[in-house]
Design a protein around this ligand. Structure first.
Ligand SMILES: NC(=O)c1ccc[n+]([C@@H]2O[C@H](COP(=O)([O-])OP(=O)(O)OC[C@H]3O[C@@H](n4cnc5c(N)ncnc54)[C@H](O)[C@@H]3O)[C@@H](O)[C@H]2O)c1
Length: 258
């Protein structure tokens, strides 16, 4: 699938995996809308890659449509990459065993709302916009890449909310691809392992933490680079025969209970 002279929406594009993907797409001749909540970082990334920034909460339909329309205004929208997401860690039952200290249900809902509902929101609206594209030789009109996590398969203690949300993202991949085949849009999913992004903080303490995490990786024994995620995301977008697939990008790690 040709990416040059098309546009893309990258949610979470202000930081980490989304930022790296926005940069990689731009290097491939794509006009990118960085769709994020972080106006300062998002505008900076967008300016550096000659794209546009859209303040966009992925759970807000109006804001998602505005981000998509900003992309369409630059060039036909052929790609959307969902990297917006939040983490959360809380055990299901509190230490004192009281009802009141059980996992906060609103926090559970919030993680599902952003990571799962938000991802689907962008998919359904981006694919709708892509449906208006003039199809290529394969009758194709675009492609989506979603970001789950290895926590979808090996969620750790305290990760019920996060793993539920990411399991949902993996689960929707096949039916989404099946729904969208008629529109000419492919859908794939990446399950990153431990990738070095601002999600782990910055500074000496976080460097120590990341070094400990890296020691648990099978091979190579280090955290992944966000560029390694970005090149895979771009391959999933540009390779016309990739569809309905969920791929672990994790150097062989299998997360332990804690
Ligand atoms: N870094 C890792 O090791 C790792 C591993 C597995 C999965 N992931 C997933 O990859 C994705 C990106 O993570 P990252 O490491 O780049 O984190 P990050 O914190 O660097 O970037 C996430 C971005 O998403 C944005 N965001 C948060 N909520 C949003 C919302 N409601 N609407 C729009 N934007 C929103 C943030 O502002 C931020 O810029 C997340 O979904 C995360 O769960 C990351």
């Amino acid at each position: 699938m040709e990416l040059n002279n098309t546009s893309a929406v990258v949610t979470g594009g202000a930081s980490g995996l989304g930022e790296a993907t926005a940069r990689e797409l731009s290097a491939r001749g794509v006009k990118v809308v960085v769709a994020d909540l972080n106006d300062e970082l998002g505008s900076k990334v967008a300016a550096e890659i000659g794209g546009a920034y859209a303040h966009c909460d992925v759970t807000n339909t109006e804001q998602v449509i505005a981000a998509i329309e900003a992309a369409v205004a630059m060039a036909p929208l052929w790609s959307a990459v969902n990297c917006a997401g939040i983490g959360w860690a809380t055990r299901t039952v509190g230490k004192d065993g009281e009802y009141s200290s059980a996992h906060d249900l609103d926090l559970y809902r919030k993680v599902i709302e952003i990571n799962l509902v938000g991802t689907f929101n962008v998919c359904r609206l981006a694919a709708t916009a892509m449906g208006k594209n003039t199809p290529d030789v394969d009758n194709m009109r675009g492609a989506l890449v979603n970001t789950a996590s290895v926590a979808a398969e090996d969620g750790q203690i305290g990760q019920v909310a996060y793993s539920s949300s990411k399991g949902g993202v993996v689960g929707l991949t096949l039916p989404l691809a099946r729904d969208l085949a008629v529109v000419g849009v492919r859908a794939n999913c990446i399950l990153p392992g431990l990738i070095d992004t601002p999600i782990y903080g910055t500074g000496p303490q976080s460097d120590e933490f990341k070094a400990r995490l890296g020691a648990g990786v099978l091979f190579p024994k280090r955290l992944g680079y966000s560029s390694e995620f970005a090149t895979l995301a771009v391959e999933l977008l540009s390779n016309s025969y990739m569809n309905a697939e969920s791929i672990r990008l994790d150097a062989g790690i299998r997360m332990q209970p804690k």
